[in-house]
Write a protein that binds this ligand. Sequence first.
Ligand code: M6R
Length: 612
Amino acid sequence: MCGIVAYLGDRNAFEVIIKGLKRLEYRGYDSSGIALSADNQLKLYKKTGKVSELESFTNSEDLNGGTGIGHTRWATHGEPTDNNAHPHLSFDGTLGIIHNGIIENYASLKQELLNKGYEFKSDTDSEVVIHFIEDIRKNNNCKLDEAVRLALSKVIGAYAIVIIDRNDPSRLIAARKGSPLVIGVGKGEYFLASDATPIIEYTNEVVYLNDFEIAIVCREGLTLKNMEDVESSPYIQKIDMELDAIEKGGFKHFMLKEIFEQPKSIGDAMRGRLNAAEGQLALGGIRDYLNRLISADRIIVLACGTSWHAGLVAEYFFEEWCRIPVEVEYASEFRYRNPIIKEGDVIIAISQSGETADTLAAIELAKSKGAIIFGVVNAVGSSIPRATHVGAYIHAGPEIGVASTKAFTSQVTVLSMIAMIVSYKKGTISETSYHELLVELETIPEKVQIALGLDQRSQSIARSFMNATNFLYLGRGYNFPVALEGALKLKEISYIHAEGYPAAEMKHGPIALIDEEMPVVVIATNDSSYEKIISNIQEVKARKGKVIAIVTEGDEVIPRLADYVLEVPKTHEALMPLVSVIPLQLLSYYIADLRGCNVDQPRNLAKSVTVE
Ligand code: M6R
């Protein structure tokens, strides 16, 4: 939640920051603000609403200055108002802060400061931090970086912060614990941001700040120190990200672009790993602990949201092919239980952003109980890959639309490859079935490309249902998680209530909802439960529900029963989620767009959920 950007150098800081904030808007978009250091003042601009509103608001201002900090907010403490927008200034106005995260002990710190006569302009936890730093700096008569270090040693919670000093524009102080912060290193200039997207057009050299590190960023160089005041040299890495990957490229929304990128992103997940003709499949990143997975007594999958749905698909892979029992856990529940983790258990943590707070906390809990953790993550260099023992990146490229699409298919692709390797090495799958799966997996990008041909048809079905108030999604077996995913996609971007159910469960409750007003999306591809799902469709039709069926090409039965049909190419039953999810993504996209919803930035949501 929240995106932060800061710049120090010879460019116009405002321009760098506003552009960067637009790139980070997926992290929060209820208000934004910028503080610039110029002529021994901190010029502060804050506005409720999107970054574009801040931009219009500052149109006629003199925005010179080569040092500045900026923030786009997803409210946690205090409503989205101009006052609560970041940056926040210290009581004496000399310091400014941007913060991503949550300060858990802000109330007690605030009380201490109120007792000393400090006054607050906002309801945020972040303003407390900057007053606290000011107080420590005055009391100890120390340098800013030392005041930051002393203050943070008393702060409980998560933060990525950047601090600007009115009296010293040649320096920015940054620190991180639990929230991401990347520092782009240019020639005599530095870019600080929540992720690399605001940075890559200027430099591909970055330093990922670690937890409990403080960065002193000056024109002459970058120094790091830890909370014990010990200095270290920054480790500069080169990142491989193209500017095209983070722009809309002619599509109306990032979500639509990302849906259409899937033939490529799924191909990228397999690139260099799978060669079906040669019978080769290898994932270098998991090699070191592969034997632990092969001999696992149980796999526990930890994830949230769409990643959790990908985990559910993986449950079928690991149980069917590898004969390993699997439990798929919401990370947010797992972390607050006292879960039983035994010696033979292996954890697989799945996350697009690699920053989800609940997943990270669940990983730490499992680690503390001695578990080995495999990560399946998209964002390179993010927190989860650094917290796991081994892992495989999904290589989907930046996913900017808040609704996850291409990450889901790439996660399922990578999880299927892991399960194929394990089953083959374990001998729980026949040589023939293994090779068939490799060959079939390689064909998925072209099948997804064909499924994308349902674009216009999905749009026309969307027109018929754009005013519905409820939707039901049904699927069986491998298509059950797809039903959940379809329902999640629809509700998060169109605000229509939608529920996903295993089709056979319908008769235990949801069937009561069905009447002529109720659209029911049935994922009814031709697999081992085909006959059963036909019965479910008939049950819906008998109650006058409107059936939108996802069927396998050439199906002659279901089109006679369903009201609307979307045909997808045939593939192996286990790999069908990679194809059958495509029309569901398109349908939800078009319904949301026709309803005039903000598809890429739905209300109340943020792309990476870095709060509990
Ligand atoms: O970055 P993660 O995969 O860990 O995120 C998990 C969920 O927050 C995420 O999938 C969320 O549900 C998406 N908005 C779904 O489209």
